[in-house]
Design a protein around this ligand. Structure first.
Ligand SMILES: [Zn+2]
Length: 305
């Protein structure tokens, strides 16, 4: 099975503290590395964990709050200093941030590679990356500034070729590639052997990972993330502080779990913990009362999708 996993670099909110760094993750899809958010100290976490970022090609920023992007400039600067990077780097940010960030980069970063900025509209669902084996798309959320999550989805595998059937139909091996790609085969008498008689459906079940960054409780997200294998959802507050959550456009742990339950996800990881709490036990207990298969994200945790 190809690799599909999430490494938590930071899962706290607001400011780094002794327990948590601010938000950032690495998502490895088939050994292609993506970064989701880049809070302050992200590069420290990378070097400390020995995380592999030489193949990092895309960074996705969910919204213009510092605890999700203040680590961007130092990290990108260090990619050239530490790794002698020369490949292009694509940074996907809400469109409102693009001009200012471009100016910051051109003024203060001296890079031997090109940074390609892509302004995104967080209010709309859109495919940002479309690779042969997977896609990455935006997940519109409900925060006090334009904000979106990101959905990583493997594509279904093509049908598996049945060589014996192909040989029996007189198909030369050099044509097998076309059959694998879905073509039918026409016999000498003009009759057609359908592709379905020459192949069998793959037993591969595509996996999906949804990252829901800062958001108020927002059931409108459910149709898009329905049935994902792994959901990371912010859970900044406990239920006793639900009013604070509503005021700040954040979620409680129970609300995150309700989204997981109602979207029938496989597993939930909660994060983005408020610095007012001294641990995650209460958040985790409240989430598990609603959705049992929940883990509390921690720095260094690797979650398989
Ligand atoms: Zn925020």
């Amino acid at each position: 099975m190809e690799k599909f996993e999430v490494t938590i670099l930071g899962c706290g909110s607001a400011v780094p503290n002794a327990r948590h760094m601010t938000t950032s993750q690495l998502v490895n899809v088939h050994d292609k590395i993506f970064m989701v958010d880049c809070g302050e100290g992200t590069q420290t976490q990378i070097w400390r964990m020995g995380a592999r970022v030489s193949a990092l090609k895309h960074i996705f920023i969910s919204h213009a709050h510092g605890d999700h992007f203040f680590g961007l400039l130092p990290l990108v600067s260090s990619l050239s200093l530490m790794l002698c990077r020369t490949d292009d780097l694509h940074i996907w940010i809400p469109a409102e941030m693009q001009e200012l960030l471009e100016r910051c980069f051109s003024r203060w970063c001296y890079l031997p590679f090109t940074v390609v900025f892509h302004g995104i509209d967080p209010t709309r669902r859109a495919v940002l990356v479309d690779e042969k084996e997977f896609t990455v798309e935006t997940v519109p959320l409900n925060h006090c500034v334009p904000c979106c999550g990101f959905l990583f989805s493997e594509k279904p595998k093509p049908p598996v070729l049945l060589p014996e059937r192909c040989k029996a139909a007189g198909i030369p091996p050099r044509q097998f590639g076309k059959i694998k790609a879905g073509a039918d085969w026409t016999l000498a008498d003009g009759s057609v052997v359908p592709n379905s008689a020459l192949t069998t459906p793959s037993d591969f079940v595509p996996r999906r990972y949804a990252y829901c960054s800062d958001t108020a409780y927002y059931p409108a997200v459910i149709p898009q993330i329905e049935g994902v294998d792994l959901l990371y959802h912010e859970a900044t507050f406990v239920t006793a502080d639900e009013q604070k959550a509503t005021f700040a456009f954040h979620s409680t742990a129970a609300q995150a779990a309700a989204i997981a339950r109602d979207a029938h996800v496989g597993r939930l990881a909660i994060g983005h913990y408020s610095i007012r709490y001294t641990g995650e036990d209460e958040l985790l207990a409240e989430a598990r009362q609603v959705f049992a298969n929940t883990v509390a994200a921690q720095e260094g945790m690797v979650l398989e999708v």
